[in-house]
Design a protein around this ligand. Structure first.
Ligand SMILES: *Cc1c(COP(=O)(O)O)cnc(C)c1O
Length: 452
């Protein structure tokens, strides 16, 4: 029989953490495999830390979301929000599933084109589209969502030298009962800015007004707000029809659905309480069907859902560096995953699971990253079993925003691998090396020599 590991007995002070209504139950079971592939093998082969993406989870979540909407409303189209995760392999899964591309910069636009997306299937959002970006988007027949009047005038000017008629929509911001209200993007509904922009578009006769867009916030915990947004955009669409006899083709409600992560300070786990696709689909489809569209001219419903589609599919694997006690006696564990590659640790209490069997004893632990920075805290109070130096762990639901907002700081950014539905592992982004940096930097001649 293998000798059991000794864990010294410890008398510990009661920690007054926030309990949930089920008490302070340990949040963990070992997570030793991802889609059938051993965590220890993944780390042995690709290093630690390591981002892992599950292709099956992406496809399953996408299909679940699509079904929630398509069963309630006849015309639904998703557009993948590039900034949420623009690794080419990830985007291509969504495109294979039928998703268009939603981009917010010239860089993202180019990425979508390089991924082989038809220009007509690219939605171009964001406040910073250069004249060159707009020219390219007009020529490609992309859907340009106008953010401000300066952009509108630039497009009108461009129509003098470009043959094609720009296909446009406006972004609308509005009061949906959620505060603070996001009013910095687009034109306001309540104060008449949106109507002003629409009148200018229609009066110019130079553009094809295709749709209406809004993106009311992110990690929205109220499905009702989407019903309000759908009603307000429907009202605008019907107003355009009444005034100009022009029918818009689509209503785009943006993204913003929450994933299953737990927001910091939340009383209950996100998995149990955050509204899901069915809740949002119900509110949105009911609002659209209730509006007075003629049954044969219902607008296409576009959704630019980001985090709710990808978060679950991403894992971050890592290794324990050391254990310590704080001056107050609290257990602290140093891991090789820092906040520079886990940006979302500022917002969420990410679930952390040991990757190997552990004993029943658990203790409230602070997880520190490897950076030499006081702010590098991955979890403040995680109830975890003892993790020893060299042990592995899995951080859950990291698919959204981390692989785009990660920062190269003190350490190099790690590899990203994807596990395909057959269990085959593919490297989809290599780790950074010293060469990554020497390629970017240069040193003036007079600084090349010194003696120390
Ligand atoms: C970021 C963004 C999205 C995706 O938002 P999520 O909250 O990740 O769903 C969609 N549309 C626009 C315009 C965005 O800026």
């Amino acid at each position: 029989m293998e000798k059991q590991r000794y864990e010294r007995p410890l008398i510990k002070r009661m920690e007054n953490d926030m309990p949930n209504k089920f008490g302070m139950k340990p949040e963990n079971f070992p997570k030793s495999k991802i889609d059938g592939v051993k965590v220890s093998d993944l780390i042995a082969e690709h290093g630690s830390p390591l981002f892992v993406i599950s292709e099956s989870t992406i496809r399953n979540t996408y299909r679940k979301a699509k079904k929630a909407f398509a069963t309630r409303y006849p015309k639904v189209q998703f557009a993948w929000s590039y900034k949420t995760n623009y690794l080419d392999a990830v985007c291509s899964i969504y495109h294979q599933e039928g998703s268009w591309a939603e981009v917010v910069s010239g860089f993202e636009y180019q990425k979508a084109i390089n991924n082989g997306v038809n220009g007509k299937r690219i939605i171009f959002n964001g406040p910073d589209k250069t004249e060159a970006d707009l020219e390219m988007a007009i020529k490609n027949g992309s859907l340009i969502h106008i953010d401000h009047l300066d952009e509108l005038y630039t497009i009108i000017n461009l129509t003098e030298k470009i043959e094609q008629k720009p296909r446009v929509a406006i972004r609308v911001n509005m009061d949906t009962g959620i505060y603070p209200m996001w009013d910095r993007f687009g034109f306001n509904y309540e104060n008449g800015q949106a109507w002003d922009a629409l009148n200018k578009i229609m009066a110019s006769g130079k553009m094809e007004l295709m749709g209406l867009h809004c993106h009311i916030g992110t990690f929205m915990l109220s499905a009702k707000a989407y019903g309000v947004a759908a009603t307000k955009l429907s009202d605008l669409a019907l107003g355009i029809k009444a005034k100009y006899g022009h029918e818009i083709k689509y209503i785009d409600l943006g993204g913003g659905f929450p994933s299953k992560n737990t927001l910091k300070g939340s009383y209950l786990p996100g998995r149990d309480v955050n509204p899901g696709f069915d809740d949002f689909a119900e509110e949105i489809s009911s609002a659209l069907l209730k509006a007075n569209f003629a049954p044969d001219s219902l607008p296409l419903l576009i959704l630019e859902t980001g985090r709710a589609l990808i978060d679950d599919a991403g894992y971050l694997l890592g290794t324990v560096i050391s254990n310590k006690r704080s001056s107050a006696g609290k257990r602290t564990t140093i891991i090789d995953v820092g906040v520079n590659i886990l940006f979302t640790s500022y917002w969420y209490d990410h679930k952390v699971s040991p990757a190997q069997e552990f004993t029943q004893f658990s203790e409230t632990t602070t997880l520190y990253g490897p950076l030499c920075m006081n702010i590098d805290v991955v979890r403040d109070n995680a109830l975890l079993p003892l993790l020893n130096k060299g042990d592995h762990f899995v951080i859950h639901h990291v698919g959204a925003y981390n692989m785009t907002q990660w920062m190269q700081f003190i350490t190099l950014r790690p590899k990203v691998v994807m596990i395909d539905p057959e269990g085959k592992v593919h490297v989809i982004r290599d780790s950074e090396t010293m060469e990554t940096f020497s390629r970017q930097e240069s040193k003036p001649e007079h600084l090349k020599k010194f003696e120390l």
